[in-house]
Design a binder for this molecule. Structure first.
Ligand code: PEP
Length: 248
């Protein structure tokens, strides 16, 4: 059976109690019978609100980060066990904004993925090249290095992760990779997963980077694009619903 696609919204540092309620009510009303898995990765202070708001709907809950540590003196961090208590099913790890602004390394991202998996949370492991790296012909080298760290640390659990290919030059810029450019990288990532696990087909490889209501269908039609990680367009109910519908 073909796996359902996964459409995950990354709200980033956006939202308010009132705005979240309006958005989630509109999503729940418009989603219809689930033809794909739809999730929203929300700022941590809103997890309890979302846990209540999503009750009875097919909308899954995600976090935008998770600590690599179990518990203890790590001020400001959130453990996988804490996230799990709020019904979190997915956690983004290694988003380029965290790599860029918080100095997250490949090794740390791999450890975060491990911490999530240990608590039954699917890490959405982000990889992607900068514009300079693409122009230098280093796209494959970069994404393979980033994914290799996650594979190395997570061994036989690797079929339980999700991957998001997010070219840094396409995030929040309105510049999208063409379906062919994205598929080319997704095929490289799939091959790398296949070398690590006999269950590589199970892994959702998402595309992220200015995916929107207009371009989602053509990206999602590619054989190795199993869904999307959506920033800006996930904050508008009509746009996110159109992307969800395109993933059926
Ligand atoms: C993201 O932040 O993961 C993302 C893909 O953002 P946007 O869709 O806004 O480019």
């Amino acid at each position: 059976m073909e796996k359902k696609k996964l459409i995950a919204g990354n709200w980033k540092m956006n939202g308010s109690l009132a705005a979240n309620e309006a958005l989630v009510r509109a999503l729940a009303a418009g989603m219809g019978p689930a033809g794909c898995i739809a999730a929203v990765c929300v700022p941590a202070p809103y997890l309890a609100q979302l846990q209540a708001l999503r009750a009875g709907s097919a909308l899954e809950l995600g976090a935008q980060d998770v600590s690599a540590h179990e518990q203890g003196a790590y001020t400001g961090e959130l453990s996988a066990a804490m996230l799990k208590e709020f019904g979190v099913r997915y956690a983004i790890v290694g988003h380029s904004e965290r790599r860029q602004y918080h100095g997250e390394t490949d090794a740390l991202v791999a450890d975060k993925a491990k911490a999530a998996l240990a608590h039954g949370i699917t890490p959405i492991c982000c990889v992607g090249e900068t514009l300079a790296e693409r122009e230098a012909g280093k796209t494959e080298e970069v994404v393979k290095r980033q994914l290799a760290a996650v594979i190395h640390t997570n061994g036989h659990c690797i079929s339980e992760i999700a991957v998001a290919y997010e070219p840094v030059w396409a995030i929040g810029t309105g510049k999208t990779a063409t379906p062919e450019q994205a598929q080319q990288v997704h095929a490289v990532l799939r091959a790398q997963l296949k070398a690590a696990t006999p269950h590589a087909e199970r892994v959702h490889i998402l595309y992220g980077g200015s995916m929107n209501a207009a371009n989602a269908a053509s990206l999602l039609a590619q054989p190795d694009i199993d869904g999307g990680l959506i920033g800006g367009a996930s904050l508008k109910a009509a746009d996110f619903l159109t992307i969800i519908a395109a993933a059926r």
